[in-house]
Design a protein around this ligand. Structure first.
Ligand code: AG3
Length: 273
């Protein structure tokens, strides 16, 4: 009997291993390697360049936080920009808010969107909604061409390597700031305080230098490096720690209480940022 395992090198000294039931997709796109495997522990898993992006069983932890932290803090989010996130998980959560009139999804790699539609129907289900506009292009270019347009920007990037590294830099945050309306807010995933403390510090610093208000929030994502994850929130006007609209019903991770809890940092994380 075959004993097949998927292994992610989360750090050079730490690996996560998942027993494989089946390999569903294994290909190189123009931008990255795309792997979809079915696993015993977490169901189907989407892997880009060796890094787990989502699993069927725990994607809700991440996608709910990425969307609702900012959407529930904003008094009336109408136009939403999602950068990266071609799998559609963040878009699905964003559309749970009935104030939202349009979602623009800017992902560089159309093949990720296609793979998600094929293998992750419960994640990609909202991508065909009429409020969603898909722009397959480099987000660094997109944000330079849009001003004063979006209420919310959600940066659902891969790890800061290759084409995604620019998405963690201050110059990018400045462009996002300009693309937002006067009450705009943004959130970016900023990796693990255990695995990437310097990166986390730099990203939060870049955000503080750019936005009138910037805060870090945290949460658990079992299949991401070390399981402890962070979300950096920048806001032009409103304090994002205050929830202004209550959580959509039927969520599994985010809730009204989780909102304020997420901004309450463990002391060792406070020390990093
Ligand atoms: N984007 C963040 C994934 C980072 C995971 N890193 C890793 N496994 N080394 C996820 C995209 C899901 N919509």
């Amino acid at each position: 009997i075959a004993d097949l395992w998927f292994t992610e090198y989360q750090t050079p000294n730490l690996r996560l291993g998942l027993r494989i039931e089946d390999v569903l997709l294994n290909k190189q796109s123009k931008y990255q390697h795309i792997l979809v495997v079915d696993t015993k522990q977490y169901g189907r898993v989407l892997v880009l360049d060796g890094a787990i992006q989502l699993t069927e069983k725990d994607e809700f932890c991440y996608h709910e936080m990425m969307a609702h932290l900012v959407l529930c803090a904003h008094p009336e989010p109408k136009k939403v920009l999602v950068i990266g996130g071609g799998d559609g998980g963040v878009v699905r959560e964003v559309l749970k808010h009935d104030t939202v009139e349009s979602v623009t999804l800017v992902d560089i790699d159309e093949e990720v969107i296609r793979a998600s539609k094929t293998f992750f129907p419960t994640v990609s289900c909202a991508l065909d909604d009429e409020r969603v506009k898909i722009m397959p292009m480099d987000a660094l270019v997109f944000v330079k061409e849009h001003h004063d347009e979006f209420d919310i920007a959600i940066i659902d990037s891969t790890d800061p390597v290759d084409f995604a590294s620019g998405l963690f830099e201050q110059s990018f945050f400045e462009d996002v700031h300009a693309a937002l309306t006067e009450s705009g807010m943004m959130v970016a995933q900023t990796e693990s305080p255990f695995a990437e403390p310097e990166l986390l510090r730099d990203a939060v610093l870049g955000l503080r230098n750019t936005f009138e208000r910037a805060f870090l929030a945290w949460g658990s994502v079992p299949t991401y490096p070390t399981g402890l994850w962070t979300y950096a929130v920048g806001s032009k006007k409103f304090d994002p720690r205050i929830q202004r609209r209550s959580a959509p019903t039927g969520l599994k991770y985010y809730s009204d209480t989780m909102h304020s809890l997420a901004f309450e940092l463990p002391p060792f994380v406070k020390e990093i940022v």
